[in-house]
Write a protein that binds this ligand. Sequence first.
Ligand code: PHB
Length: 467
Amino acid sequence: MPVAPAADPTPDLSTSGSPASRRRHAPERTLVGIVGGGPAGLLLSHLLHRSGVDHVVLEARSREEIEHTHRAGILEAGAVQVLVDAGLDRVLRDGSRHDGIVLRFDGADHRIDLTGLTGRSVWLYPQTDVFIDLANQRAADGAYSSGGADGADGSGGVGGVGDVGDQVRWGATVTHVLDGGNVDGGSGGAVGSDSGGDRPGVLWTDRQGDTHELRCDVLVGADGSHSTLRHTLPESQRRTFVHEYPYAWFGVIVETPRSAPELVYTASEHGFALISQRTETHQRLYFQCDPDEDPARWTDDQIWAELQRRVAGPDGFRLVEGAVEERSVLRFRSSVVEPVRHGRMLLAGDAAHTVPPTGAKGLNLALADVVVLHDVLQTWLASGRRTGRRDDTVLDEYGRRVAERVWRAQHFSAWMSGMLHSHPGETDFAARRRLAELRMLVASESGRRFLAEGYTGWGPVLGEGAS
Ligand code: PHB
């Protein structure tokens, strides 16, 4: 995607050779511009709507496309609370509460009693359902003018910004990010609440190819791991901490009943496997594979044989087999971008950090980010009402408050991954040491509690409370 790094003045696309039928619409303004309408962007939109804050969400994909993307399925108790507090309580009816997980190694099950050890549970409720709940709620609140599945032309049609019926725009592709002349010059200093052209913005195109300009007081990148916004932040002013893994997951959706009552995380000499669940009739299973594996190359029988040999043990445990309906390879990557604020541009969710799927932390972190960000934006707006000048240094609170949880989740996800996967070319010594770690962990109540605390999400984390 062509993205001009912080280009200003606005390039005039209407004279840049685009067909005459493509129009350039008059610039619009809003308080909060949100790039990305996945769970993070939509939760922020929902919270801002409830607080009466004018905003616009731009999402390149259609609602249907997002609904058909499979993502991880575990919500921490704290994330469930966020949804329920936001008025989205379907998770309590359609999700299933899990009070424990199983670590399987040496061909035997070792249960981690999450609730007994921490007083907290987790909920199996896939990210797709979180998205559907948010999208339905935003539709019920009239946030997209088509009122239905997909704002067909993405332009929102009628009404100016400030009109609720125009808050969420599907099929809206951001092509340029305009940083408003770098509102604080990178110094973090305060700027006026209405600094004319000194405000970030984006150029975006709708499905007809028409170009639109959106200017906002603050711009949030909630646009996923391939974030457009992140790539426009100056390299010299950000650090990206990255860890790559030499393995990936082969993920399948299968049509079978459950093989086990709880999730089973298996370490075997043939590699890792995770037996997760979806419904009475469909399950989500994964097994460790090479990052370059081609899922099309595997027959259903080969997939089942690989899964069965990873979970096999003297207890005779076997998976119930059935049709393999979907398959894909999920690559692993840990990354953290710092800082998450540049002037009046902020990053949230996968745009700011990614984790490998082993600890199922990605969505939980994104929701936690958004709750803090919403709170900080309220404080920032209030600073403007009090003094007539918004204090942009308030925006730094966001990064400070989410950092502890982000790094805990990074450690937890990398630790779980390392302990449970066989590393290509791993020595016999390293394999035995991993097994020793697993045995020590389950034999120790402290070890089991450490795992359970991380898996269920630690509860409130240092720094997250109000500043
Ligand atoms: C899933 O069900 O997709 C899932 C569950 C637990 C994980 C990762 C993925 O750790």
